[in-house]
Every structure is written in structure tokens, then in C-alpha cells.
Design a protein around this ligand. Structure first.
Ligand SMILES: Nc1ncnc2c1ncn2[C@@H]1O[C@H](COP(=O)(O)OP(=O)(O)OP(=O)(O)O)[C@@H](O)[C@H]1O
Ligand SMILES: [Mg+2]
Length: 294
């Protein structure tokens, strides 16, 4: 059912044989607009793109039509992690040179990527008007997919906050170190200011062991509860795993290339977080994001 959609511009590179689906496809029958989840962090390099790209693979394997939007606009690298070479990116879409549909590139297991582009100034600091135009152009994507996963750049940039204001579901990726926890807390605080109703799942990635992962979780959640009166749901931790580094070198996501590795198993569990199944907003996500710009 994935090939129900004939994209005009699909340039997949050779990919390794995909493991068989582990769950019966069902969501493509669902005519409701896509569920949308954001993957963000305060500090850079915590593992958002690894998380987002592998979540996309895992949910595609479950039978969903998945779109990964690389909104680390201007510093995109999800295409590298997936071994893809897109011709077009969000910058072309924002400029109106191609439609969002024509900018899609097909990745493993039929998931699609909308790349963020590399080194484009306009994408790094879009004006309100440009962002509005881009969100409008992305709106049709909600009718084409079951799940849209948005991989953000680090920090509290204007476009990240606009997404946070609209989303119902955020996966916040941190590491166990105090710097990552502190920046993650700042992002969580901002998220709660613009959209207190959202579900937030906390992931401690690249932890040396469970004890340090849990210590990081406790530190984060205790501070959030104390100063904000709420805390994210802890949805899992991912160990430091050399297979992740190797997967980056090979440009094959770890959940595909090393599905039995500790990191792949941990990400597989995170992909089953129930709010991902219910990540719908009351109105269309991109309409809501546009409203947040006004
Ligand atoms: N669980 C892990 N085990 C080992 N290495 C990891 C793990 N997670 C991430 N890494 C390493 O960290 C690097 C950075 O990860 P990634 O690009 O996903 O971070 P990011 O948060 O998206 O960064 P940026 O803020 O620049 O977008 C990866 O290239 C990978 O080598
Ligand atoms: Mg990234």
C-alpha cells in the first residue's frame, strides 16, 4: 500500500534488504490527517537526528506511511543518515520552486524524507512571512501520510518554537550530562509556555549505563516539577553504542543495519510510546503552526 503514492521525484539510492514488517499495516486505511510529532533538544548533538530517522524507519516497518521532515534547516543531515541524495529541500519549497510533494525523496521501507538543505541562509533565519509560506506549502503533506516526524535543530529557534506551539507531541532528546539536561530543561520550559497541553516524552540518549541514565532523568524531572509544576514522561534511554557510529559511517540507520544492537532495541521500544498513536491536533497541524506566527 505504500506504493499507492506515485511521487514524481523519487531518487532512492541502493539500500540494504529491509527486514520483514513486524506489525500488520493498518494505518494507511485511516483517512484522518497525519499525526505529527516533533523531535527536539536544547543542546546540539544529543542524538535527535539519529532518534528521528530511526523512529521513521521503525514506524514505517510497522506499516505506516511516514514522512521525516528535516527541519534542521540549513544544517540538514538526515539525508546522510539515510543514505539519500535529495535534489530538492525545504529551501526550494519555501521559495516556491517546487511543491513539497516534488521535493520528497524515498528512503528505506518506503518512508519519505523532506530534506532541510545545507548552507542556505534563508532557511536558517526565515522571516515570519517565509515560514508562513513554507507551512502553507507543507499542509498537503498531512493528507498524504499517517505520521510526520519533524527533526529540529538544537535550541529555541523561532521555527522550532512555532512547531512547539502547534504540536500535540514532543520527543525531547537529552544526554545525561548536566549541560544537556540544563539546555533540555530550557526547551521544556519554553514548550510549556507556548503549549502546556502537549505530551512530552523524555529520552536520555547515549548514556554510559542505566544508573547514569536514570540519574539524568531524575535530575530533569525533579527540576521541572519543582520550578514548572509539571514534568515530561520518561520514555526510555539509549546506551552509548558503537553500532550507532558505524551506522552513520555506513549511512544505514542502526535499526536497519544492526537491528539486534542495544541502541536499535532501545529505539524500537521508544517508537511504541502510545502518544505517537494519538498525536493529532484539534485542527490541521500546519494551520495551527501558521496561526502561532500571527
Ligand atoms: N546512542 C548513541 N551511541 C553512540 N553514538 C551516538 C548515539 N546517539 C548519537 N550518537 C552519535 O552522536 C552523533 C550526533 O547525533 P545526531 O546527529 O543525531 O545529533 P543531533 O542532536 O541531531 O545533532 P544536531 O544538534 O547537530 O542536529 C551521531 O553522529 C552519532 O555518531
Ligand atoms: Mg540533527
Amino acid at each position: 500500500m505504500l506504493n499507492r503514492f506515485q511521487f514524481t521525484r523519487l531518487r532512492p539510492k541502493a539500500r540494504p534488504q529491509a527486514p520483514a514488517p513486524t506489525r500488520t499495516p493498518s494505518r494507511s486505511q485511516d483517512q484522518a490527517p497525519a499525526r505529527v510529532i516533533c523531535v527536539a533538544s536544547g543542546k546540539g548533538g544529543t542524538g535527535k537526528s539519529i532518534m528521528a530517522s530511526n523512529l521513521a524507519i521503525t514506524r514505517a516497518r510497522m506499516g505506516e506511511r511516514v514522512l521525516l521532515v528535516d527541519f534542521d534547516a540549513g544544517l540538514a543531515n538526515a539525508h546522510l543518515l539515510l543514505g539519500l541524495a535529495p535534489d530538492y529541500d525545504l529551501g526550494h519549497v519555501m521559495e516556491g520552486r517546487v511543491s513539497a510533494r516534488d521535493a520528497l525523496v524515498e528512503g528505506p521501507l518506503g518512508m519519505k524524507l523532506l530534506s532541510g538543505g545545507v548552507g542556505r541562509d534563508a532557511l536558517v533565519n526565515p522571516t515570519r512571512r517565509e515560514l508562513d509560506r513554507l507551512f502553507k506549502a507543507l499542509r498537503p503533506m498531512e493528507e498524504m501520510f499517517d505520521l510526520i516526524i519533524i527533526d529540529h535543530g538544537a535550541g529555541l529557534g523561532y521555527s522550532t518554537v512555532a512547531h512547539l506551539a502547534a504540536t500535540s507531541t514532543l520527543i525531547l532528546v537529552t544526554n545525561h550530562e548536566v549541560t544537556a539536561l540544563s539546555d533540555g530543561y530550557a526547551l521544556y520550559k519554553r514548550a510549556m509556555m507556548v503549549n502546556r497541553g502537549m505530551r512530552v516524552g523524555l529520552v536520555v540518549n547515549r548514556a554510559p549505563d542505566e544508573r547514569l541514565a536514570m540519574a539524568g532523568r531524575d535530575r530533569f524531572c525533579t527540576a521541572a516539577q519543582r520550578f514548572l509544576g509539571c514534568q515530561p514522561e520518561f520514555i526510555g534511554w539509549v546506551p552509548v553504542d558503537p553500532e550507532v557510529g558505524q551506522s552513520v559511517q555506513r549511512r544505514v540507520p542502526v535499526t536497519l543495519g544492526a537491528p539486534n544492537s542495544a541502541a536499535a532495541k532501545a529505539i524500537g521500544k521508544i517508537a511504541e510510546w502510545t502518544p505517537i498513536d494519538h498525536a493529532r491536533t484539534t485542527s490541521a497541524f500546519y494551520d495551527k503552526a501558521r496561526k502561532s506566527l500571527r
